[in-house]
Design a protein around this ligand. Structure first.
Ligand code: CMC
Length: 437
């Protein structure tokens, strides 16, 4: 589906030793940097490109999400994240990501109805949980249980059938909150709560998390709104590590449940979705404003290996637009919960200010990212730290599955198979063990 609006623009690559030249086509997206199409490079020159961490490599064409990291811009299908967070809701954003347009009233009602009809999980799946230790990290449970969905929903694993793909997408979006809440309930020894289809998406999630069968549980509307907004802020983020993992798994023809399980595993790391959990641990470790300077000194000492969690981003070299909304939501939640003094928030704000005025962070353009404030909100809402990354996974599922779906429809996609710069031993003769010294 490559679209080039360029006027046959090319970039010429010259090998200074052999003098060989190759003209490489330049592709133009709607917005954003131009892209050099290197697909013919190896065939024509015998060279590979080298780009560990894909810092300058476009792995795919996509119409879903756009980020301008220098300006701090994030758009989903052309709509600014600030607008979506302020004026929309998570179900609408899910529809937008999956289908490309905002829904009409009727389309939204229908979509919400369809998603709500997929919120329950197969009853047999409940027994899976018993196989886990009670103290298992909920992300470990998520990797296992979501991967296992493909063993239950055989009627939506044929990726060549668009209807099955859509049903799998709806199932994943709908069942993730149920599985996430089950992982939590299992860890605290409480009974699983069945989903309630009369509640909105975020409301239902809070109900399954914090409700118990023996009494009525009323969801605080301010918290439901905050939860919904947190889901919106995490819904998609272009070709990040977990999304690229989902696409890579998808490129082999693996079923969508298996692909999303791969995404969950990739999200778990502290450099990615695990950062929200790591931020809270870090704030706990710093403990007091008077220790901030000493902590930052450790961060700046490369030998120490300490990172300022919730700071820095591969793409944003400016304030992460999601972090701004997150900070505002943080105040709303603390206000709704009548928490007048939250020492962690005070500490985080002081830490942010000191870091933003420190040359180490200024020179490297390191700003707070989405995870810097989310942990404080989630903690105030009653989530244990171990659930933070799980919430990220619940929200990101729609992004993953939208990107997966786009990949399956993309005729230009091939199995993901990078090459390498080999620096190991040259060919050598095998020496029998009796002759090795
Ligand atoms: N604390 C201290 N130094 C940092 C940090 C940080 N959080 N982030 C980057 N740097 C330094 C890095 O050491 C390097 O320094 P130098 O130029 O002296 O070698 C420089 O800044 C450039 O960083 P980089 O390592 O080239 O950046 P990257 O694009 O490879 O890494 C990152 C991006 C997000 C993995 C990294 O910034 C990081 O580990 N941050 C902390 C973890 C975090 O908050 N992750 C959440 C990201 S947002 C949500 C998500 O996507 O999941």
């Amino acid at each position: 589906m490559a679209t080039s609006k360029g006027k046959n623009e090319t970039v010429t690559l010259i090998d200074n030793i052999s003098g060989k030249r190759v003209d490489l086509p330049v592709l133009n997206g709607t917005i954003g940097p131009k892209v050099i199409d290197i697909r013919r490079l190896y065939a024509e020159t015998g060279f590979f490109t080298y780009d560990p961490g894909y810092t300058a490599t476009g792995s795919t064409e996509s119409r879903i999400t756009y980020i301008d990291g220098d300006k701090g811009v994030l758009l989903h299908r052309g709509y600014a994240i600030e607008d979506l967070a302020e004026k929309s809701d998570f179900m609408e954003v899910c529809y937008l990501l999956l289908k490309g347009e905002l829904p009409t009233k009727e389309q939204k009602t229908r979509f919400e109805h369809d998603i709500s009809r997929h919120t329950m999980v197969h009853e047999q799946l409940n027994f899976f949980f018993r196989g886990f230790r009670r103290d298992a990290h909920p992300m470990a449970i998520m990797c296992g249980v979501v991967g296992a969905l493909s063993a239950f929903y055989h009627d939506s694993t044929d990726i060549t059938d668009p209807r099955q793909r859509m049903i799998a997408s709806y199932r994943l979006v709908a069942k993730m909150p149920t599985i996430a809440a089950m992982a939590y309930k299992y860890s605290i020894g409480q009974p699983f709560m069945y989903p309630r289809n009369d509640l909105k998406f975020a409301e239902n999630f809070l109900y399954m998390m914090f409700g118990v069968p023996c009494e009525e549980y009323k969801v605080n509307p301010v918290l439901a709104k905050a939860m919904d907004r947190i889901f919106i802020l995490h819904a998609d983020h272009e070709q990040n590590a977990s999304t690229s993992t989902v696409r890579m798994a998808g490129s082999t023809g693996a079923n969508p449940f298996a692909c999303i399980a791969a995404g969950i595993a990739s999200l778990w790391g502290p450099a990615h979705g695990g950062a929200n959990e790591a931020v809270l641990k870090m704030l706990g470790e710093i403990g007091d404003k008077k220790h901030i300077k000493a902590y930052l000194a450790r961060v700046k000492d490369k030998k120490d290996g300490t990172m300022l969690m919730g700071f820095g981003h591969r793409v944003y070299k400016n304030y992460d637009p999601r972090a701004k909304v997150m900070q505002k939501t943080c105040y709303e939640v603390l206000d709704a919960l009548k928490i007048k003094n939250e020492p962690l928030l005070d500490l985080a704000m002081e830490l942010e200010q000191i870091a933003l005025n420190d040359n180490y962070f200024v020179d490297r353009k390191l700003y707070p990212n989405v995870d810097f404030y989310s942990g404080i909100i989630l903690k105030a809402m009653g989530f244990p730290t171990s659930m933070f990354t799980v919430l990220f996974a619940v929200a990101r599922t729609v992004g993953w599955i939208s990107q997966w779906s786009e990949l399956i429809d993309d005729k230009e996609q091939k199995i993901g198979r990078p090459r390498q710069l080999y620096t190991g031993a040259e060919p050598r003769k095998f020496v029998p063990i009796s002759k090795r010294t």
